[in-house]
Design a protein around this ligand. Structure first.
Ligand SMILES: [Zn+2]
Length: 310
């Protein structure tokens, strides 16, 4: 039988064994015990750097919207549990959520897959962390710390655009593609079940706490900046946000960074890339009076509702 060997052979074998024994064994085992002594290290090994060939194969793994939603919703639920265990309240209603919903709607129509993602779920996490995160199927989390750290609506729209870009470009499907690929490569019987695949080790959520590829982050930044510009805001405010975070976090190790920034040892590159994109847009599609919206953010009144003089 000609089996294509995906990723690292050794780890795949470990995975195959774990698939056979994990569901029953894990139920009685404390978290992190057999078969994954260190689940994070395990997944780092399994889902490490791909070769271009592996990357091409991964891209060809088809994920239906149904699978995406099932997996994304399950991961988002685990994430909410995780946040609650950390003592952070999570809400899908209230003034901040409504405000963010309006901002999301100023960006969403610019997505290539705007129709597919017409229904999005928005949560606000009552935590001082400067973070934002999106799960497959369209569940978005914005941390209060991010809302506080943004100085104006333009910066926050940039963050919203960045998150929607991950969704639009399928960046979030990578863990799902990898797991489906690994499972089918081993001739898994029956329907692919991402929940079962990961439930045993409780690692689904962990996978989503892993950073994206740096190139995905760069792409999301550029989409975010472009959509912000085309929505009539000044995308340089998003660049300034990164610069401010960079200054705040200078000297801290990457583990102290929010996930939103963690893949970036090079925040300055990120800042400059946004400046460059702005220059490019300004030449190609000149726009006057790009909006900043400091009062809008402060008062949680979107520009679509009211324009303040600035
Ligand atoms: Zn990102």
């Amino acid at each position: 039988m000609a089996v294509m060997i995906p990723f690292h052979v050794r780890n795949i074998l470990v995975l195959a064994v774990s698939l056979l024994v994990a569901p029953a064994a894990a139920a009685q085992q404390p978290r992190g015990a057999f078969p994954f002594a260190d689940p994070q290290a395990f997944f780092n090994g399994l889902f490490g750097e791909e070769t271009p060939e592996e990357r091409r194969r991964l891209e060809s793994v088809k994920i239906s919207f149904e699978e995406e939603k099932r997996f994304g919703n399950a991961a988002a639920r685990q994430y909410i549990e995780h946040l609650k265990q950390q003592g952070a309240e999570v809400t899908d209603r209230g003034r901040d959520v409504e405000y963010l919903r309006r901002l999301v709607e100023t960006v969403r129509p610019q997505m290539e897959k705007a129709r597919k993602y017409r229904r999005l779920t928005i949560y606000v996490v009552d935590s001082p962390t400067t973070d934002a995160r999106t799960f497959p199927g369209g569940t978005l989390f914005f941390f209060r710390g991010m809302l506080d750290f943004c100085e104006n609506e333009a910066a926050l729209v940039g963050v919203v655009g960045h998150e929607l870009s991950h969704l639009d470009r399928g960046h979030l499907l990578l863990p799902l593609r990898r797991s489906k690929f690994a499972q089918t490569a081993f001739g898994g019987q029956g329907a692919f079940s991402p929940e079962e695949f990961f439930a045993s080790a409780g690692t689904m959520m962990r996978m989503f706490t892993r950073p994206f590829r740096p190139e995905d982050e760069a792409e999301a930044d550029l989409d975010g900046a472009t959509w912000t510009y085309r929505a009539g805001y000044d995308p340089r405010e998003m660049g300034k946000l990164f610069l401010a975070m960079h200054r705040r976090d200078a000297g801290k190790g990457p583990d102290f960074m929010p996930a939103f920034l963690r893949t970036h040892p090079f925040h300055m590159d990120r800042f400059r890339a946004i400046e460059d994109r702005y220059e490019h847009l300004n030449r190609a599609e000149p726009a006057e009076n790009l909006y900043i919206g400091a009062a809008n953010l402060r008062r949680r009144i979107p520009r679509s509702e009211r324009v303040f003089p600035e």
